[in-house]
Ligand binder design. Structure first.
Ligand SMILES: [Zn+2]
Length: 269
């Protein structure tokens, strides 16, 4: 699933091309998808003619900000936003296209777990306030307060979008390994030193992943249809049963928060 680094990569690319563009036309390909998201075609179409002023990302959500409303997108498990895609042939994976005067943005989603909704600016603020602090904006003091204030397992806390927004299963597994913290530990049990390590590793992991344009697991591609390269740097995610890259102990897999979790039982304390 696209996580913070993937959505940030898409946002930065789209920003360069589409900021200030006029939305000329909306072409819906999958009406059932819109219906499932409670977005009526009439309401959606009412955005036609408006200028796209800017983009905003919080956690894994991307918002396209128009004059008085915001179109919010979540890529779910397999969604992608393709700019001027040459692959415009009819496909059951196409959800809709936004035709701007500066380019065409196609939303595709084979598994259809993505989301789209249109909010007023007031509702956008309320929506964003329900999400936790964005992982890129988080300060050490905020992380310390979050972890010390929760009894939950650190993996659950990092995955909980209402607490910290942006991290999913890939980056939490990689992060806990790099910080040498067991996914079973509870937030409250972590020492200040461990929290500091976790904080520093989080910032460097995200920066590195964004620099390499995200991780391509399953279908993730950027707005040009290209894969990211950060999956080549993964140390543990999806590698259970293989030796730890640091100590050679066999990496284990367990389920935490209903999510497969890979960790090194030796390195991660
Ligand atoms: Zn190890």
């Amino acid at each position: 699933m696209p996580e913070l680094p993937e959505v940030e990569t898409i946002k930065r690319d789209l920003e360069k091309i589409l900021t200030g563009a006029i939305l000329k036309k909306i072409i819906p390909y999958n009406l059932r998808f819109l219906e499932k998201n409670n977005l009526s075609l009439q309401e959606f179409k009412s955005l036609e003619g408006e200028r796209l002023n800017s983009f905003l990302r919080k956690g894994k959500f991307l918002a396209l900000l128009f004059k008085e409303r915001a179109l919010i997108l979540h890529l779910g498990l397999t969604g992608s936003l393709l700019l001027n895609s040459k692959n415009s042939s009819p496909s059951p994976h196409n959800i809709f296209s936004l035709i701007f005067d500066q380019g065409e943005l196609l939303f595709r989603d084979p598994r259809k777990f993505g989301k789209v909704f249109l909010l007023s600016m007031d509702d956008l603020s309320t929506f964003l306030n329900h999400l936790g602090v964005d992982a890129l904006e988080l300060t050490f003091e905020e992380l310390k307060k979050i972890l010390q204030g929760h009894r939950g397992r650190v993996k659950n806390l990092l995955l909980n979008q209402r607490i910290i927004a942006g991290l999913g299963n890939i980056y939490t597994d990689e992060l806990l390994f790099r910080a040498k913290i067991s996914p079973f530990r509870r937030g409250m049990e972590l020492s200040e030193e461990e929290i500091y390590r976790l904080y520093q590793e989080m910032q460097s992991l995200l920066a590195e992943a964004i620099a390499l344009r995200g991780s391509s697991i399953r279908d993730y591609v950027d707005s040009e249809g290209k894969k990211g390269r950060f999956q080549e740097k993964h140390l543990v995610y999806g590698k259970s049963g293989t030796p730890c890259p640091i100590c050679q102990t066999i990496l284990k897999r367990t389920i935490i928060a209903q999510r497969g979790t890979t960790y090194c039982p030796n390195c991660q304390k």
